[in-house]
Write a protein that binds this ligand. Structure first.
Ligand code: COA
Length: 157
């Protein structure tokens, strides 16, 4: 199911005491893509690659320390224009506000880019999107733009 998010009424992005929310710079791109493929899926790594090719790039990361440790990422305009996601936080760092901060960083960036609404596609954690961004369900949105998508052989039904 896809979900719709109104960007005109977003809550402010929270200031986290520890993690740093920012866009990655060039030397980090390949490490980031490999990290996403390792912790999440090759398809999400492919979407991150698309977001990193956008100008300005449309992906935020959460990092901690120096040298930085990656804690999570969120992209937009990666699956399709106006779509937000994928989003992922390291399992050991969840439920500490990082996912909210990443999602809201992307949504505020989309608002600044001129979008009025964002679509969260094929949502896997709908309550997270409802809670953080007041997302609402889009009826009859499955399979939506994902119909007939190329899939890795191991992921085929
Ligand atoms: C979904 C995800 C990004 C949330 O990241 P997070 O850093 O844990 O999120 P936050 O700590 O900012 O949570 C904010 C609120 O969302 C809710 N929430 C968080 N994860 C949730 C989940 N998986 N399901 C339902 N609600 C969730 C909680 O109510 C939380 O509020 P609380 O702090 O009052 O408990 C993370 O769980 C994740 O990476 N999951 C695996 C990948 C995934 O499913 N991505 C989404 C695909 S659409």
């Amino acid at each position: 199911m896809d979900m719709l998010i109104a960007l005109a009424t977003l809550p402010a992005a929270p200031a986290l005491p520890g993690p740093h929310i920012r866009k990655p710079i060039g030397p980090e791109h390949e490490l980031l893509i490999a990290w996403i493929a390792h912790h999440f899926t090759p398809a999400w790594a492919s979407e991150a690659r698309a977001a990193l090719a956008n100008r300005p790039l449309t992906l935020f990361i959460a990092t901690r320390g120096d040298p930085s440790e990656l804690l999570g990422f969120c992209s937009y305009d990666a699956t399709a224009r106006s779509f937000v996601g994928p989003i992922g936080v390291l399992d050991t760092a969840r439920r500490t506000g990082i996912g909210s901060a990443l999602l809201l960083a992307c949504l505020h960036d989309m608002r600044a880019m001129g979008y009025g609404y964002a679509v969260a596609g094929a949502v896997g954690a709908p309550d997270f999107f409802r809670h953080v961004a007041s997302a609402i369900d889009i009826p009859d949105s499955t399979p939506g733009i994902y119909a007939g998508m190329l899939r890795a052989p191991s992921a085929a039904p």
